[in-house]
Design a protein around this ligand. Structure first.
Ligand SMILES: [Zn+2]
Length: 684
């Protein structure tokens, strides 16, 4: 009899056959998942199994049960295939990966990766969409989402799609398949290849493994996600968004809508405008002064950016600038119930550091040339280390030591480019592989090692949050990192050189960053990526907004940041007393409803920058916010899509709110001049 697992409204069956290795069912709708196809010892084989048996079961995170099934591969008695599948109780999406093990080798006899992870039957689809997450838009110098309608003709034309989400709908029900990895188009590690028979094969393209990979060590695939919902793409994106927020990552702290402060903007201002050094004010006195203001404003997590440490690789406090270590800072933060965050460059270790002494063999190398030392933000010269080597464990242990000794729970990871190592002595290929193959495998494996580091930290410190700076192009952007942590999305948007070919702007004579001033332009730019919120919750895209006076700018920045990006940076001690009070008041309102705002599916009227641009984020029990932006004076009427909680507050007294009979709200926003206003619902 075929094994069956039921949970919530879902059932999963495991026939083990080539065309139907396992079957996903949701309320009588089903997706058959065929056996993955791997090239083993020179031959492509579909890995059907004789029969699956469940070998373990555990709660992977609250509300999600992980089942591990194993079977002997039918066509090759040397091999066993494991299916690891996580099924949530309250969401239609399941998450799974395979582990293949045995006395055989993975091969690339054509010189390319040769794996088809699955094939998705799209015959029933009347509409098909591809959702991409990693297009980099130079105009705003940020990653942005794209949701493209795919003509059905593309199956006949054998078009390939990068994804990572491929969605289909027959107008009554909709489904999607996603893979958890990350890179910037056109560079792709996997793709969906559309076939004339209306199937979509999810194929490995490069770097997924190296030729001769010894299966005695076990090959673990990346994670995949699959599910069906009733309704169209709106219902699909709503459930998927909920999956990413609540049921995908065991590290739930990464989804918590804290308000974050980061010291970098002031460091950069001082360097650019006062002609000082980045680290001139990275000291105990200044930090204690900033914490005092941050507390009054309502900031939860205080992040010391680069310069708090003596040298990279040792990650110990610079005792010259912090004579009491971080003790006084920690005391003050804990008095105010705030958390400590610190900046790290995971791939750097200074020439005289402990990590350098221990891991000389883990230096990044390219074409046989080892990484040379270079200065890191005015501190000792550092070497670059390969994350896909034994170095990763030592780095993770350094961070765990910092949790214990310094009390840090928030880790900002900077400067991790996706490419850069083709060394034969690490864990991404060996001397028998070509340098290109090893370089691809490094680029592929890197994000998996980042997740391994995070998992090790979170096992020691469950409240830990890791953010990965993707403020520049060519970083691993996709679902893999989001299953472990969150992204740090935008610094200051574009540089002058971003707008055109650099040859037309020689020297960048006006400074390099464009959007560094208070006023409406910078928050407008930073709101562009809120388009992610339809598929990926905005809480996962930290962006810092400027708190500088005047009040008009502060209101625009607050109204923007509470839509989910939740970051602040600037010169805190210079903010007027009235400004600090405004932050304290409005963020105080926000904090009463922030969990509902985070959960709420976004409702938008108008695009970013139009007049008016309105964002409604109202969640359970009618709690949440409506934020409006405009450049033109006048009166604007808005009726909420959701029913609201009648406890009302607003950013100023000119906002008039009336509760309608059906419990929705009519809001009249009266603008004397351009700016922003906020209506809060469910706030005392
Ligand atoms: Zn390497």
């Amino acid at each position: 009899m075929t094994l069956k697992i039921s949970q919530g409204g879902l059932a999963v069956k495991f026939p083990g056959r080539g065309k139907s290795l396992w079957v996903y069912e949701n309320n009588k709708k089903r997706i058959e998942i065929p056996a993955p196809v791997f090239e083993i010892d020179g031959r492509r084989k579909a890995l059907s199994v004789d029969s699956f048996r469940e070998i373990s079961k555990r709660e992977a995170l609250p509300g999600v049960v992980e089942h591990v099934l194993e079977g002997q591969v039918a066509s090759d008695a040397r091999l066993t295939l494991q299916l690891v599948i996580r099924i949530p109780k309250k969401n239609p999406f399941v998450r799974f990966h395979y582990v293949l093990r045995g006395d055989a080798k993975l091969t690339r006899s054509t010189g390319h990766d040769s794996i088809t992870y699955l094939s998705l039957d799209m015959k029933a689809a009347r509409e098909v969409r591809e959702v991409r997450l990693s297009d980099f838009d130079e105009l705003i110098h940020s990653y942005v989402p794209a949701e493209d309608a795919i003509p059905l003709q593309n199956f006949k034309d054998k078009v390939s799609l990068m994804g990572p989400l491929l969605c289909g709908s027959d107008l009554k029900k909709s489904w999607l398949c996603a893979y958890e990895h990350g890179s910037q188009p056109p560079f792709r590690f996997l793709e969906f290849a559309l076939r004339p028979d209306k199937k979509a094969d999810l194929n490995a393209m490069r770097g997924n493994y190296w030729n001769g990979f010894d299966l005695r060590n076990g090959y673990q695939t990346i994670w995949f996600d699959i599910g069906i919902v009733e309704g169209g793409f709106d219902e699909l994106s709503r459930e998927w968004r909920e999956f990413v927020l609540r049921w995908m990552s065991p590290n739930s702290a990464s989804r918590t809508p804290y308000i974050f402060y980061n010291t970098w903007n002031f460091q950069e201002r001082h360097q650019a405008w006062d002609k000082g050094k980045y680290l001139d004010f990275m000291n105990e006195t200044r930090m204690l002064e900033e914490i005092e203001v941050a507390h009054k404003m309502g900031i939860d997590v205080f992040v010391l950016d680069t310069g708090w440490y003596q040298k990279t690789g040792d990650w110990e406090v610079n005792m010259r600038t912090f004579p009491h270590g971080l003790d006084l800072i920690r005391e003050k933060l804990s008095k105010y119930n705030m958390k400590l965050g610190l900046w790290y460059s995971p791939t750097h270790a200074a020439a005289t550091s402990r990590l350098t002494k221990k891991h000389g063999d883990c230096l990044m190398s390219w074409n046989g040339k080892k990484s040379s030392a270079h200065p890191v933000w005015e501190t000792e010269e550092s070497f670059s280390y390969c994350l896909c080597s034994n170095y990763w464990e030592s780095f993770a242990d350094e961070l765990i030591r910092c949790v214990k000794e310094l009390g840090v729970t928030y880790f900002k990871w900077d400067a991790i480019g996706q490419f850069g190592c083709d060394d034969p002595g690490h864990s991404h290929g060996n001397a028998a592989n070509s340098p290109e193959e090893r370089a691809d495998c490094y680029a592929f494996e890197q994000v998996r090692y980042m997740s391994k580091i995070i998992d090790r930290i979170c096992a020691a410190c469950p409240e830990a949050i890791v953010d990965f700076d993707i403020t520049e192009a060519h970083r691993s952007v996709g679902l893999a990192f989001l299953a472990s942590g969150k992204y740090f999305l935008i610094n200051n948007g574009p540089y002058y050189r971003s707008f055109d070919d650099p040859q037309y702007a020689p020297g960048g004579g006006m400074g390099s960053n464009v959007f560094v001033f208070p006023g409406p332009a910078r928050p407008r730019l930073c709101r562009q990526p809120l388009a992610y919120d339809r598929w990926i919750p905005s809480v996962l895209f930290l962006t810092h907004f400027l708190p500088d006076d005047p009040e008009s700018s502060q209101t625009i920045n607050i109204a923007s940041m509470i839509l989910g990006q939740n970051g602040i940076w600037g010169d805190l001690p210079k903010i007027s007393a009235g400004g600090v009070e405004l932050y304290g008041k409005l963020l105080g309102y926000y904090k009463q409803v922030r969990d509902e705002v985070t959960s709420a599916f976004p409702v938008c009227s108008g695009f970013v920058g139009c007049n008016p641009e309105i964002h409604e984020k109202i969640g359970k029990k009618g709690k949440g916010v409506v934020c409006i932006f405009t450049d033109n004076k006048g009166t604007y009427r808005y009726v909420t899509a959701n029913r609201v909680n009648p406890k009302l507050k607003s950013s100023d007294d000119s906002v008039k709110i009336k509760i309608l009979k059906d419990k929705r709200a009519e809001i009249i926003f009266n603008f004397e001049k351009g700016g922003a206003k906020i209506a809060f619902f469910g706030v005392e």
